[in-house]
Structures are given as C-alpha cells and as structure tokens.
Design a protein around this ligand. Structure first.
Ligand code: M6R
Length: 612
C-alpha cells in the first residue's frame, strides 16, 4: 500500500527519499512524490503518476531539489484516481505546508465543505489534501506548528500516518500516527520517519514505533515524541536485525523466486530456537497451562494466504487439540457479532502485522474478552504490539507481493504451536508428539529436495501456461493447500482459477469440466489418497487434463491415471502441506514467467493492505 519516508539531516534529502521509496516499491503504488525544503529555495515539490522511475527522471535522480529536510510518498489510490495532482505530497494553498498521508480521513468531506466556505480552493480529489489545508488554517490561527498539528488531529477522524514539512519550520519534520504504521529511525546527525523499515535500513537499524495519538518532531539531532495532549513521551528503542541484503534480489531474477528458494532456511530460523531437548519451548508467550485447559473455542483470523495457513491449521489443530477450531476471514469476523468470551483463544495470522481487517478483527475479539495470540513476521508491527502474545516467524523481509516464505514459516510455526498446546492439554500421545516434532525438524531438508526439482515444474508450466481456467481439487489439508495454490496462480499469472473440495465436485462444479480443462489434483494426504484417486478418475472421465501432485510413495499409482505427476517426499501427514505447497508456488511462478507477467508486483495488488 502507500509508503512514507521522511528525512532530516545534513545530506541532500531528495536522493535519500527516492532510494527509500524505491525500497518500498514492492508494497504497490500508482504514483509517487517528494517535497524538500531549503533555506534558499523554500519548499520544492515534485510528483507524478506511474512508476518511481518517472519521478526520478523528472528530478534527475533528485538533483533538481535542494535541501536537507524532506518527505516522500508512494500512493495507492483510494480517494481520487491515480494522477499527478492526486499524488502526494499535498501542499496547502499558500504553498507553505507539504504533507504526505497514509490511511483514510473519514470526515474529509465535511471539513472540505467547511474550508471551501471559508474560500479555500482544493486542487485534488483526495482526503489527504484536506489535512494540508486544515493545517494551514490552524497554523494561521496559532502560528505554532506543533499546536496546529494537535488541533488538526483533534478534528480529523479515520486512520493516518502523516509526514509534514513547513517552510516556516526550518529544521524539523513532524509526524503523527493513528491506525496506520509509522516508525522513527535514529541515525547519526540524521533522523528518519518511515511506514516500512526497509525504506531506512540502509541508514539505521535503531528504531522506535509510533503509537496511536502520538506526534513526533524530527530534526537532524533529535526526535521528540508527544502524546495527543502534547505531553512528552519516552519511546523504547529497538534494533532491527534484518539483513539489508535480504531485501535485495541478490542475483535472483525475481524476489518471489528468491523467497521460494529461501524457505528451508527460513523454516529453520522459525522452528530451531523453539525446540529444546526434543520439546517445543515457547518462552515468548505468557499463556498458562490453566488458561489453556480452560479454552473452549479457538478462532483463527486472517486474510489471503495467511487465512489459507489457518485453513490447514484447522485440520491439524482439531486433530491435535480435540477442540473446535473455526477459521474466519478477518473482514467477515469483524462484522459478524462473533461468539467470543473469556475462554476463547484467537489466533491472528499476518505476515505484515498491518493488515487493517485482521487488526480490527483482533481488537473486536479482544474487546469481547478473547485472548489474542498473533503469528507475525514484521517485528514491531501494529498487530504484534496489540496482541496479548506474539510469536514471530523470523522469515526476514518478504518483498514479493505473492507470499511464499511467510506462508511456509507461518504454517511451520502453527504446527509447532498446535503441538505445544496439544501437549499441555494432554491430547497428543507421546509417540505422536515425537513423530510430529521429528517431522518438523526434517522439513527444511525435505523441502530442499523439492526445490531441486524446479526444472520438472518449469516443464509443466511451459506445457500448461496458456490455459484460461485452472481448477485445484483436494480433500482435507490438500483442499486447504489447493486454495493457496490457486490464489498464488491467479494473483501473479491472472489465470482464472478456483480450488474445490473434491467431494463437492458432484454437487455442481463438475459441470465446468470439459475436454482439455486443466485440473490440478492434489493427493498428498496419505489417509485419503484412494479418495483423491477416485476424483482424478472422475474428472478424467469428463475430459479433464490432470496435473497431479502426490508423494513419492504414491507416485506410481497416480501416474497410471493422471496426465502429468509431480511428487514430493513423504512426511507426517500433518506436515505434508508444507512440502506440497512448494511445487504449487513454483508452478504459479513459472506460469507467470511464461506469460510475461510482472511477477513481483502483480497488477492491482499491494503487499500489505492497510485500508478496508
Ligand atoms: O500481511 P498479511 O499476512 O496480513 O496479508 C494477508 C494477505 O493480504 C496476503 O496473504 C495476500 O493474500 C498475499 N498477496 C497472497 O500471496
């Protein structure tokens, strides 16, 4: 989604802002802009629709803008079409205040009408310009920038991360946050704001995370933070240990491919520190055994691929915990008057930790008495900070819009947590505990074996890439895995695709199967392999072309019926989707490659969805 960077220092701001924006490109955007202030030239603003390269060319890599203080923004249109004029920064009527904004100002129309009656003319269709104009109005009243920002924040409703510079306020930029991520970066003789840590990692690893209602004043030598009453606040500093090169392609053609290949190592980092003496040890959570024993209901709440992790986990956790587990899309959960009480455990899964629906759903569950355990990748993100407990996946930065290593690490961590809870509840036998734990430890190595077969999958992609519609079918965890395979394919290759529970075929879907329709049949879940085979026979009889995914153990049987077969090593059935999903990710990747798609930045999609 939108990205913000701000800089106060002694170097030229514009190239630093452009570089920071480039590092946030992966989030998705449709226009970009920067504003820089200098003593001699005052406020200079450049913005344009389209790729960052356009803005860079327009400013000769930033050389045209002079000054050591500035803000930058990549915009994802919500209010007003993507255009030069709707791009940020927005500038107030007298040209003295420039502002970038992430989020949505819900009462912008009412404020806009009020300001228009006072003679203010608006240039854009955005809700964000309203904040710039309102700020000018209040600044003219009180002639104190900080006070004016405070007055504006008391009038606007909705969500915001704001970066503001003012021609009259020479060495400082001002930041404010409510319900949209914003962090402060502490450098040497230079300081930063950013909506995403990757934007400033090159300059500093020392950060603090702004909380809702806070305002910060950033100069080259200081960062002062205030609460909504302008009372100073002391912030905790954190060190970000992400490797800068982890957010770079490092010789790989695409971030998605790099992240697929990183999965064995990412899983190792997720699980190894949590296995001690052949036991799962979750030092990072504070849930007591007594609390766990009294859990009557478990919800898993998430969106997109994180929801698909929840789907696999529902099957696995119900087996391990013998407790009802309900997986609900966050966007549905928050408005469904959910049945949550003090004995409800709510598992919230999110790579970014900033998905608005997921965050709102978690807060709704907490408001009703539920306890939230978040599975998050981005350290210090909003969901991580607001959850009652958080377990980080430690997958490192994930840049491609289509998630791969975040999905795999979430899934491995959910298996580990399920095993831990099952042990506390006494619902997993000793032998089963050992078998699952051994399987989790074997995962990276077996996944590496799957990754050695990329050439086979590339071949199948070249064979099937021109299909218009592809169906995924499977039962139990294979069905849940099919949902992820289908999403991966459609989001990056734009091929229509659906995933169905195989048993449902006869209840309607099978009418879609005709001569040559491609069906990806998933038969990796050993307990239901025979049923999976019957479904292959069923669709073949209607003319389908079948690309099957199974385990090495069942390969021979599958090959007798399917047109093409991919196999992965066998592992404990609970863990089989962790291996099975990898060929599906690779299939989506190679199909998209054949079709010439923009793999890392698929159309209309953003990496993290921070609006409703
Ligand atoms: O950051 P989150 O895990 O909360 O994001 C949820 C979804 O937006 C995300 O998984 C999305 O579906 C991916 N693009 C799928 O590859």
């Amino acid at each position: 989604m939108c990205g913000i960077i701000g800089f106060a220092g002694h170097s030229e701001a514009a190239p630093i802002l452009l570089d920071g924006l480039e590092r946030m490109e992966y989030r998705g955007y449709d226009s970009a802009g920067i504003a820089v202030r200098s003593e001699t030239k005052g406020l200079q603003v450049k913005k344009s629709k389209g790729r960052l390269q356009v803005l860079s060319d327009l400013t000769h890599g930033g050389a045209d803008l002079e000054g050591n203080l500035g803000i930058g923004h990549t915009r994802w249109a919500t209010h007003g079409e993507p255009s030069d004029v709707n791009a940020h920064p927005h500038v107030s009527s007298n040209g003295q205040i420039a502002l970038v904004h992430n989020g949505i100002i819900e009462n912008y129309l009412e404020i806009k009408e009020h300001l228009m009656k006072l003679g203010v003319t608006f240039k854009s269709d955005t809700d964000s310009e309203v904040v710039a104009q309102l700020l000018e109005y209040h600044y003219n009243e009180c002639h104190n920038m900080l006070e004016a920002v405070g007055r504006v924040l008391r009038r606007i409703e909705g969500s915001y991360a704001l970066g503001i510079i003012c021609a009259d306020y020479p060495n400082a930029l001002i930041a404010a946050r409510k319900d949209a991520p914003l962090l402060l970066g502490y450098g040497k003789g230079e300081n930063f704001i950013a909506s995403d840590v990757t934007a400033i990692l090159k300059h500093t690893r020392e950060v603090s995370y702004m909380d809702d209602g806070e305002i910060a004043v950033i100069t080259p030598d200081s960062i002062d933070v205030f609460d909504d009453e302008l009372v100073p606040v002391t912030k905790e500093h954190h060190q970000v240990n992400w490797d800068v090169t982890a957010a770079e392609k490092g010789g790989y053609p695409h971030f998605m491919f790099k992240e697929i290949m990183e999965q064995p190592e990412a899983i190792r980092k997720t699980v190894s520190p949590r296995i001690k003496g052949e036991r799962v040890v979750l030092d990072d959570i504070s849930m007591t055994q007594e609390y766990v024993k009294n859990i009557s209901r478990i919800f898993i709440i998430a969106c997109g691929s994180s929801y698909h992790v929840g789907m696999v986990s529902k099957y696995n956790w119900e087996k391990m915990l013998r407790r009802p587990v309900e997986v609900v899309l966050a966007s549905e959960f928050r408005y469904c008057d959910p049945l949550v009480d003090d004995h409800t455990l709510v598992i919230v899964i999110s790579q970014s930790g900033e998905t608005l629906d997921t965050m709102a759903a978690m807060r709704e569950a907490q408001r009703r008495g539920g306890r939230a355990l978040a599975i998050v990748n981005v350290v210090g993100s909003s969901i991580a900070r607001d959850a009652d407990d958080v377990l980080y996946t430690w997958a490192g930065p994930e840049i491609a819009v289509a998630t791969t290593k975040a999905y795999s690490t979430q899934l491995a961590l959910m298996d580990l947590v399920g095993l831990y809870l099952g042990d506390l509840l006494g619902t997993v036998s000793d032998s089963e505990y050992k078998a699952i734990l051994a399987g989790i430890q074997e995962l990276p190595e077996k996944m590496q074996k799957v990754l050695e077969k990329t050439a086979d999958i590339q071949y199948f992609a070249s064979r099937y890439f021109n299909h218009n519609s592809i169906f995924f079918i499977g039962r139990n965890v294979d069905y849940a895995m099919g949902m992820e395979g289908s999403l991966k394919l459609k989001e990056i290759s734009y091929i229509h695709s659906e995933a169905y529970a195989s048993g449902e075929l006869k209840h309607g879907t099978i009418s879609l199967i005709e001569q040559g329709t491609l069906v990806v049949a998933l038969g990796t879940y050993a307990p239901l392999f025979d049923k999976a085979m019957s479904n292959v026979v069923e669709v073949k009889a209607r003319g389908a072309e079948v690309l099957a995914l199974t385990t090495d153990e069942f390969r021979e049987k599958m090959e007798k019926t399917a047109d093409s077969t991919i196999s992965v090593p066998s592992i404990h059935p609970i863990l089989q989707p962790s291996l099975g999903v990898v060929p599906l990710q690779l299939f989506a990747y190679y199909v998209a490659l054949q079709r010439g798609c923009d793999i890392d930045k698929p159309r209309n999609l953003a990496k993290s969805v921070t609006v409703e």
